[in-house]
Design a protein around this ligand. Sequence first.
Ligand code: AMP
Ligand code: ZN
Length: 118
Amino acid sequence: MRNFDSDCIFCKIAKGEISSEIVYQDEFVTAFKDLSPVAPVHILMVPNGHYLDLNDCAESDKELLGYILLVGAKIAKQLGIDQSGYRIIVNDGPDAGQTVFHLHFHLLGGRPLAFKNQ
Ligand code: AMP
Ligand code: ZN
């Protein structure tokens, strides 16, 4: 597993060093409520180890990356949006508007979501 970065806000959340509303945590992944939600359900899922973004991942991380999607499905069920639907998004790099450089997956739901693939 990757190490933590002591300057990274999401590493600090995963380690419990700063407070957040954690909805799920295990040895690989931490999920917590986004500070500025854009939907009734807006959760961020992060690997506990520090990865900058998807470009910073390798073939050897494929299990971890797939696992995060399964955790997303589990959280969607936990929060009661598994049947109404949800979207999982990664913003990677400047054109996607990434602002926090610890890989994170947005889980959005609880309302109809506009098509964003443009
Ligand atoms: P992105 O633009 O994809 O890099 O998303 C970063 C997300 O992190 C934004 O939706 C922020 O609202 C969220 N965020 C930043 N700091 C925190 C924090 N301390 N706790 C929870 N969410 C945060
Ligand atoms: Zn980090």
